[in-house]
Design a protein around this ligand. Structure first.
Ligand SMILES: [Zn+2]
Length: 570
């Protein structure tokens, strides 16, 4: 018995040590990054957000109504995320006022419930608040709403869009130009929400922005209401009907002017509207021609634009760009390439405006299909980076597209796995979710070896997972099942290791021997070689041979479209 106890203590300590030393993640990371017990019982139906920025003091005042459906009975504690230094003042759940007035020092939230029932206090833990909704929220299937009032000085973005927060800028004429970048840091940097990618508001969202009446406010979707407040301010209410990622909901405030067009797309008339600073109007009318070019190419490859009801928009932004759904942020300086540079090093990247193409590509991969966990962000960035290839191919031909994606290999780092740990709000740090994932997709396309099927798969993904959140496994399984080729080892290799598979080969007389090395066990990527024409080999980790005789010529090459290494051995 004693031995058993000692044994157990030993393993318990071992477990604790392993957990502590191998996992640099905190409880706060888990609260934020996982669908925990205070989140999984309620499904967000809608966000209605109102904010009033104070431009001089760089503060905001706001309220957010979260409509939700209870998914379980007898759950009442709700996790709401709002990042310091913003402060929740009070909350109203259906008819009950929840506020912190009783215990503001300890940052406790207290439910004020009728007469004879004692108040229930709940604490703030880092950037999460646990609100107790009392006994009311017990019925699975019922819908409720909670309105949260908050204020404060939100985190200011230092280098948007890479680090997030409020962007308080001035335009070239020294007039206020304000927006938010929140991907990565999370939407809770400026409004209270369930800051988790796996739960999008099924019925969309509205954003009402109150600004000095000399400025215009733009946001996602359509302008549904404006109001003059007779105090020198004006309110603009914008609304999306489709589900939307929290981080995509973004206000833009400035001296905007609109122009637009109707695009005849696969699902009929699509409004394409452009909101730019007044002095950019003429430049925009030229540069934004890439928007309809993009739409044409991407509807061809990916299927209908996923948000016809909410329309497509490009909005001048005080930072480089961001895929803010139906209000894409544009800040590429009205230049082709990526702020005048070709990230593909192939020359083709200078033929189009990178930000218009890339950020709009996210409307399909990122906004239509969203990863539940940010560890799976390659689904957004890999496919969207590949959309640049597909755009290039659509207008300049297949070899141009190949040059483009192959050129991007120079940007691959292979220092960290593309997929990061799940459940801890950990997104990939380096660029491999872009360029390496795009090259993996390109490699898979070679194996499918049937462009019309490949296109059907891209369109099928957007149809099957329309307005949904997904896991990597769902994407892997879909591609394997539709292509009837099991790509699981290929996904493992590129997404879950940093090894570039290497084809070792030797030539002995007329005999070519080859095998895979530097790969996951069971790696089985078929390979196209050019040897007196096209020929396929199916290397494994064991040596195999191919008789080059009677062709007599031992010169062969491996198709450049496969992202692999080769090594000749003796
Ligand atoms: Zn992107």
């Amino acid at each position: 018995m004693k031995f058993v106890r000692r044994f157990l203590i030993f393993y318990f300590l071992l477990f604790v040590c392993c957990t502590v030393f191998s996992q640099p993640f905190t409880h706060a990371d888990t609260l934020r990054g996982s669908n925990g017990e205070y989140r999984d019982w309620w499904n967000v139906l809608r966000y209605d957000i109102s904010i009033k920025p104070d431009i001089i003091n760089k503060t905001i005042e706001g309220k957010t109504t979260i409509s939700f459906e209870a998914l379980k009975d007898n759950s009442s504690i709700m996790q709401i995320d709002l990042q310091d230094p913003l402060v929740i003042d009070s909350a109203v759940f259906n008819d009950f006022l929840i506020n912190d007035s009783l215990n503001i020092k300890r940052l406790l939230l207290t439910v004020l419930i009728p007469k004879d029932v004692a108040p229930i206090a709940f604490k703030k833990e880092g950037n999460s608040y646990k609100l107790n909704l009392g006994w009311k929220c017990h019925s699975k299937g019922n819908s409720y709403s909670i309105t949260i009032y908050y204020h404060g000085k939100p985190i200011e973005a230092v280098k948007p869009p890479w680090d997030g927060g409020f962007v308080w800028k001035k335009d070239k004429q020294s007039r206020p130009w304000i927006s938010v970048a929140s991907q990565g840091i999370g939407a809770s940097v400026w409004y209270p929400c369930k800051d988790y990618q796996g739960d999008e508001p099924d019925d969309g969202a509205s954003l009402t922005i109150t600004v000095p009446d000399t400025l215009i406010a733009v946001a996602n979707g359509r302008l549904v209401d404006t109001a003059n407040n007779n105090d020198g301010t004006k309110s603009y209410k914008w609304e999306v009907k489709a589900p939307i990622n929290n981080y995509d909901i973004i206000p833009y405030i400035g001296k905007y002017v609109p122009f637009g067009e109707i695009y005849k797309g696969e699902n009929g008339n699509l409004t394409m509207d452009y909101w730019v600073l007044d002095y950019n109007l003429e430049k925009a009318k030229k540069q934004f021609k890439d928007a309809t070019r993009m739409m044409k190419a991407f509807e061809y490859w990916f299927g209908p634009y996923p948000f016809y009801e909410d329309g497509y928009k490009l909005v001048d932004a005080p930072y480089l760009g961001m895929e803010n759904q139906s209000a894409t942020a544009y800040g590429n300086g009205y230049k082709n390439g990526y702020y005048g540079e070709d990230l593909s090093h192939s020359g083709w990247g200078m033929k189009f405006d990178f930000i218009i193409v890339h950020e709009s590509g996210h409307e399909w991969f990122g906004n239509n299909i969203t990863s539940k966990d940010i560890a799976d962000m390659w689904i957004h960035e890999g496919f969207t980076t590949y959309s640049e290839e597909l755009f290039t191919e659509y207008y300049y031909g297949k070899e141009a597209g190949n040059d483009y994606v192959i050129g991007q290999r120079q940007n691959i780092e292979n220092k960290k796995n593309i997929i990061t740990p799940y459940g801890v709000n950990k997104e990939p740090e380096d660029n491999d979710m872009y360029y390496k994932a795009a090259n993996m997709i390109h490699t898979i396309r070679q194996v499918i070896n049937n462009d019309s099927l490949f296109r059907q798969i891209l369109r099928g993904l957007n149809k099957t997972f329309y307005h949904q959140t997904v896991t990597t496994k769902q994407i892997e399984d879909y591609i394997s099942s539709k292509s009837k080729i099991n790509f699981s080892k290929v996904f493992d290799q590129y997404l879950r290791t940093i090894q570039v598979p290497t084809l070792e080969y030797k030539i002995d007389g007329y005999k070519l021997s080859y095998r895979w090395t530097n790969c996951v066990s069971g790696f089985n990527l078929p390979l196209k070689i050019n040897f007196k024409g096209e020929r396929w080999i199916k290397p494994t980790e064991s040596w195999q041979t191919l008789n080059l005789y009677p062709e007599g010529d031992t010169k062969f090459s491996i198709d450049r479209n496969f992202y692999i290494n080769t090594k000749k051995v003796d």
